[in-house]
Structure formats: structure tokens, C-alpha cells
Design a protein around this ligand. Structure first.
Ligand code: CAA
Length: 263
């Protein structure tokens, strides 16, 4: 594994750490494939009873999907990339054991989307959330158009996705995105404490509770809805605004968008 680290914390708690420090843990295809492999292994490992997902280093949880990789994608590649993100997030959301996001810094775009695919979020006081995709000429593509509203409600999810603005830790707590905020230095201790508390309960009962709370009835339409997101995400790849938005990020300048509604 190049960019996903699996550690075990006693007893019964696994730590999954995204580690691409050179790109603030941004998710490229390789990282997503590795993450899927690790999460699949954990899902079937009965010795693991709770999972903590975090980012390597002090600055970022995950700074989003990899913009350098997405920049020149075709529409079909965009759909596939979005679907890969869906496969990873569904593993977090649907595995029969609790997943906790320990958000230690920037959680932008795909970073927020991985955090909200977990059962709940514990964030450091340095955490920064957001869905900045519209500023890149795209939309959230790893489930954000479905899952953000579950945490913050539809009006706020719309405001955040339409504006792309960042949400600092205190606001994240206030709007229900994060369950708890702790000083950065205590984040992992606190996340592990919560995970260990859960791991000491009946694994069968916790799995049943997760299944009901995740509402499998609701997930009947999940694949259809996620596929719809993947198609919309893919359709924005290759547009003038997407090329401009991502080129501007890489060239460290503001984008000059030309697209109009209805294009
Ligand atoms: N993809 C690729 N590389 C990224 C990245 C990303 N999402 N985020 C950061 N990096 C890279 C930067 O390009 C930079 O690389 P170089 O040193 O080679 O120039 C390095 O990580 C450090 O980043 P910055 O110099 O930008 O660090 P900063 O402290 O000035 O800013 C930041 C930090 C605010 C997180 C800024 O990096 C940023 O805005 N990143 C992009 C956030 C973003 O837009 N995420 C959404 C991506 S789209 C998405 O996720 C779509 C989806 O739903 C599928």
C-alpha cells in the first residue's frame, strides 16, 4: 500500500489513515483502490468492531479528490472516478461496524464526503470542512449531493454546495456536521476512546442498530441516486469551466468561468 495505512488499536479498533502528504492526502485512483481493499478486509474481519478513519499529518484529513488527476479526465473517466468514490464511501456507510471520522484538518470536497460516509464525525479544533467543487467547475462526486443533507439538513446542504464556502470546526459542531470538537492534540485519543467504548458493546447488537439507523429501506434507492450523481459529475468533466477551474487551481490563480446556466 502506498497511501493507506491500516493500524490496529487495542482492543478491536482499526485505524485507517489516508497518507499522501505531498498532496494533503488528496484522493487519486490508486488511493481509492487501496482504501476499498482495506475497508473490504476490515468489513469481514470479526476481530475489528469499530473503525476510525483519519488523515496523516497535522494539516489535512483529506483535501479532496485529486485535482491534478481529474483535470484532463474525459466524461467517461469522470463517471468511473465518481463511481470509485461511491464504492469506497458505501463500504464505510454500509459495513456492519461503526465508522468514525477523526477529522484532523482540511476535509474539503471528497474529504467531507468521506467523513459524512462515516457514522459520525469527531473533529479537531483545526478542522475545516467544505464542498468547494462548484469553484472548480464540477459538483460533489463522492456522495455529497446525497449525504450532506443527512447531517445538516437540505437548506444548509444546498447553501454549502452552491457556495462552496468553508466551514470551520465551531460551525461544524453548531450545524450538526461534527458530533464533537476536541483540541487537535487530543483528537486521536478521544476518537479511540469513543471507538473502544463502542467496541466493548455487543457487536451483534451494534451491527443491528447500525443497519436500522442507516435505514436500508432508504438505501434501496441509493445505487440509483449515486449513479445519477456519477453521471452528472462525469458530464461536467471536459467542460470549459471544469478545465478552467482545475487549471486555475494548479496555476494558483482565480478561475475565470464562462459557462452559463442551461449549457
Ligand atoms: N488535489 C491535488 N493536489 C492537491 C489537492 C487536491 N485536492 N489539495 C492540495 N493539493 C496539493 C497542492 O496542489 C500542493 O501541491 P504543490 O506543493 O505540488 O503545489 C500541496 O497539495 C499543498 O497544497 P497548497 O499549497 O494548496 O496548501 P495550502 O495550505 O495553501 O492550502 C488547501 C490548503 C486550502 C487545502 C488547498 O490545498 C486547497 O484548496 N486544496 C483543494 C481543495 C479542493 O478544492 N478540494 C475539492 C477537490 S474536488 C473533489 O473533491 C471532487 C469530488 O467530490 C469527487
Amino acid at each position: 500500500m502506498n497511501s493507506v495505512i491500516l493500524e490496529s488499536a487495542s482492543p478491536g479498533v482499526a485505524i485507517v489513515k489516508i497518507s499522501r502528504p505531498q498532496a494533503l492526502n488528496a484522493l487519486n485512483t490508486e488511493t481509492l483502490l487501496e482504501l476499498k481493499e482495506v475497508l473490504t478486509k476490515i468489513a469481514y474481519d470479526t476481530s475489528v468492531r469499530a473503525v476510525v478513519l483519519t488523515g496523516d499529518g497535522e494539516k489535512a484529513f483529506i483535501a479532496g479528490a485529486d485535482i491534478a488527476e481529474m483535470k484532463d479526465m474525459t466524461m467517461a473517466e469522470g463517471v468511473r472516478f465518481s463511481q470509485l468514490g461511491h464504492e469506497a464511501t458505501k463500504l464505510l456507510e454500509l459495513m456492519p461496524k461503526p465508522t468514525i471520522a477523526a477529522v484532523n484538518g482540511f476535509a474539503l470536497g471528497g474529504g467531507t464526503e468521506l467523513a459524512i460516509a462515516c457514522d459520525f464525525i469527531i473533529a479537531s479544533d483545526k478542522a475545516v470542512f467544505g464542498q468547494p467543487e462548484v469553484g472548480l467547475g464540477i459538483i460533489p462526486g463522492f456522495g455529497g449531493t446525497l449525504r450532506l443533507a443527512k447531517f445538516v439538513g437540505y437548506p444548509r446542504a444546498k447553501e454549502l454546495i452552491f457556495s462552496g464556502r468553508r466551514v470551520k470546526a465551531e460551525e461544524a459542531l453548531r450545524i450538526g456536521l461534527a458530533n464533537e470538537i476536541v483540541p487537535a492534540a487530543n483528537l486521536m485519543n478521544r476518537a479511540l476512546e469513543v471507538a473502544q467504548d463502542i467496541a466493548s458493546q455487543s457487536a451483534t447488537a451494534v451491527a443491528a442498530a447500525k443497519r436500522l439507523l442507516t435505514e436500508f429501506s432508504e438505501s434501496v434507492g441509493l445505487n440509483f441516486k449515486l449513479d445519477s450523481e456519477a453521471q452528472s459529475f462525469g458530464q461536467l468533466l471536459g467542460t470549459a469551466d471544469q478545465r478552467e477551474g482545475m487549471t486555475a487551481f494548479i496555476e494558483k490563480r482565480k478561475p475565470a468561468f464562462v459557462g452559463k446556466q442551461g449549457d
